[in-house]
Design a protein around this ligand. Structure first.
Ligand code: DCP
Length: 220
């Protein structure tokens, strides 16, 4: 676990986690308005257009062929967020190499990834968390029910996610639960603040305010 960062040598770093459609983007938009925070969104647009190739689409269209390629690129882009420097005292990032591991775990369980592909991705993961300066001070977990995120995902209708089933969202949910709620799966790198992501947008704003106080009091 990271040491407290009281001298602004590095930012107090928050990783925002939760299922697909759990409200991470809304949370980040809320925090963008504070001047002392660097907000780093997950580079979904890069995944949709890497040198003209839509890796997200390939991964969903032909998972057994492209999941490894997609997840290796996700790992790289997440590392770039982890190592992104800022002079601001707070950094909030969407997801992390840790939750990328949740997707790898899901694809391992469903045998979407071949055993050797999982071994390579896990090797990368282990090497990165041991050797790269990935410092995390707080995890905010937007805890949601799979049924609600399924509904939200259908409403936002991201073209690549047409084939995502409720079953898949349940599996991703279960893995997040094992990781962050029950803490029985793999590394939990920082204390976890659990927010109820099932609430309406209006109710969520109150949750975000509560969260804001929790985050900002850490440096006082
Ligand atoms: N994804 C994946 N593997 C990862 C990370 C993401 O397959 N390691 C996929 C799942 C989604 C898309 O990428 O189809 C984006 O997922 P996120 O949950 O990261 O982002 P959302 O935009 O769904 O977040 P929210 O709706 O909470 O704002």
């Amino acid at each position: 676990m990271a040491t407290p960062c009281t001298l602004f040598k590095r930012p107090f770093t928050v990783c925002l986690e939760g299922n697909i459609g759990s409200g991470k983007t809304t949370f980040l938009s809320h925090f963008k308005k504070f001047k002392n925070v660097t907000v780093l969104q997950e580079p979904v647009e890069l995944w949709r257009n890497k040198a003209g190739t839509n890796l997200l689409e390939l991964m969903y269209t032909d998972p057994t062929r492209y999941a490894f390629l997609f997840q290796s690129y996700v790992q790289l882009t997440m590392l770039k967020l982890h190592t992104h420097e800022t002079s601001f005292p707070y950094k909030i990032m969407e997801r992390s190499v840790y939750s990328a591991r949740c997707f790898i775990e899901s694809m391992k369980r469903s045998k979407t990834l071949k055993d050797i592909e999982t071994v390579i991705l896990e090797d990368w993961y282990d090497w990165c968390i041991t050797n790269c300066h990935i410092e995390t001070d707080l995890i905010v977990y937007l805890r949601t029910s799979p049924e609600i995120v399924y509904q939200r995902m259908k409403e936002r209708a991201r073209m690549e996610e047409n084939s995502v089933s409720l079953e898949y969202l349940k599996q991703i949910h279960d893995i997040h639960e094992e990781w962050l709620y029950h803490q029985t799966l793999f590394t939990v790198p920082a204390p976890v603040l659990v927010l109820d992501g099932n609430k309406s947008l209006k109710e969520m704003l109150t949750e975000f305010e509560h969260c804001k106080n929790q985050i900002f009091k850490k440096l006082k």
